[in-house]
Write a new protein. Sequence first.
Lengths: 144, 110
Amino acid sequence: MSEAAKGTGKKVPKKFLYVNRKAPYGTIYALEALEVVLIGAAFDQDVSLAFLDDGVFQLANGQDTKGIGMKKFANTYRALGDYGVTKFYVEKESLQSRGLTLGDLQEITYEDENDDFKEKPSIILVSRAELSEVMAQQDVVLSF
Amino acid sequence: MGYMFNGNEIDHDEEGYLTDLSDWNPELALMIAQSEELEMNDERWEVVNFLRDYYEEYQVAPAVRVLTKALAKTMGPEKGNNDYLYELFPYGPAKQACKIAGLPKPTGCV
């Protein structure tokens, strides 16, 4: 428990990190993770997402799912800001080793209620070392 | 299970949500509304159309809390609040309005 929370008697939201490591299609992991995030977001916890390994492709721009007859759930990541999910940690090394840059990912923003509803980017580029620090701070880490 | 529409049966699940989103059309919406004992008026259409646009954009049916927030943003606080929405859709805006809009049941909606 953080220092600030001690002694207030208030229920402290737990920190949940959903770790996405798989390509968006071919397996059901990415879509299932997203569904769990949407459900979990209803419980007012402190939710963030991490994208590493092939999971970075989940955020890639210009996905077209017509050929495989699946719904284009990549659009849904852009709705997560409305659900209070505003931290998307993307691992630098995973992007680099796949020849991707931040510019290859879709733009995801949220409106900061504490800053006059300014639109701010949700994607946070982190190194592998920084991501492991983020993981260490969580109460719950769920890997997909 | 299905809605009988123009001589065709349009599949729905056990709660009345369309199985295939592309089956939807405004006349079918009227029929679904009727089965919910709701008469469609401008206000209800406004919410239903908003939901369809939201789904088109984000591929997800919003939770009620997200819907009210989004409505408040685009149409003002007098429409983006629970009282207004529950008056239009007494059994829950997410449930009833999504059903009429031909969308799946919102994720996490119980």
